[in-house]
Design a protein around this ligand. Structure first.
Ligand code: DC
Length: 219
């Protein structure tokens, strides 16, 4: 029997990564973080000092690998052989990622890569357009969200845990800016698929949510 594609979309800080990773482990599926691909292209743009509008070629040529792509293993992201797992999480990369993600040519190059990685099923892929554009036929589509204050609080704690200093108000303001860009861009804006299961994560434990979603997957 074909193993499912599970699409998890939603705004930044909704808890997608944690939920998607744990759900993949629970199901014995592979976890794929599509946002990391946009972040890789953003890193290249920043390093080369290029305008994001010209990033299509970079996206087409970027050698992005998730390594190892194994069940339950922490995922390392490599870009042309360089380990960029930590570098792509820097705040300036987050901002640039939402700019390159608005470029249609960048999106089509990365969507192609995402489709290839998920073609066999047995994946939990997180992003913004997985259920609407990348895998509109995904067997389970989830739209995960949380209030903007809750999301900023989580992001702030995450940055602090990594030793980065940014005050909560700045995190909240940057997040709003990014949400606005992700939701209003012309190319594949962040919207819930009409057949997605909407899950609000405020006040719920991760385990509760993972258990709920795992119960919906039948293979
Ligand atoms: O999930 P993230 O914060 O790592 O994503 C980084 C940026 O990439 C974010 O601004 C939205 C964008 N993105 C997207 O447009 N489509 C996706 N499938 C995944 C991420």
């Amino acid at each position: 029997m074909r193993r499912w594609v599970v699409a998890i979309d939603g705004p930044a800080g909704a808890g997608k990564s944690t939920v998607a990773r744990l759900l993949a482990d629970r199901l014995g599926y592979v976890y794929l973080d599509s946002g990391a691909m946009y972040r890789c292209v953003a890193l290249l743009v920043l390093r080369r000092g290029m305008p994001p509008e010209e990033a299509t070629c970079l996206a087409q040529q970027a050698q992005i690998t998730f390594d190892p792509v194994g069940v339950g293993e922490p995922q390392r992201v490599t870009l042309s052989g360089e380990d960029v797992t930590a570098a792509i999480r820097a705040p300036e990369v987050s901002q640039m990622a939402s700019k390159v993600a608005a470029v249609p040519g960048v999106r089509s190059a990365l969507v192609q890569l995402q489709r290839a990685l998920g073609a066999e099923g047995g994946v939990v892929m997180e992003g913004r357009d997985i259920g609407t554009v990348v895998f509109p036929e995904a067997e389970l589509k989830v739209f995960l969200t949380a209030s903007s204050e809750e999301r900023a609080r989580r992001r702030h704690a995450e940055l602090e845990a990594r030793g980065e200093t940014m005050d909560y108000q700045t995190v909240l303001a940057e997040q709003r800016e990014r949400d606005e860009r992700d939701q209003t861009r012309e190319a594949s804006p962040l919207v819930a698929a009409s057949d997605a299961l909407a899950v609000l994560t405020d006040g719920r434990t991760i385990d509760e949510i993972v258990t709920e979603l795992a119960g919906k997957v039948s293979t």
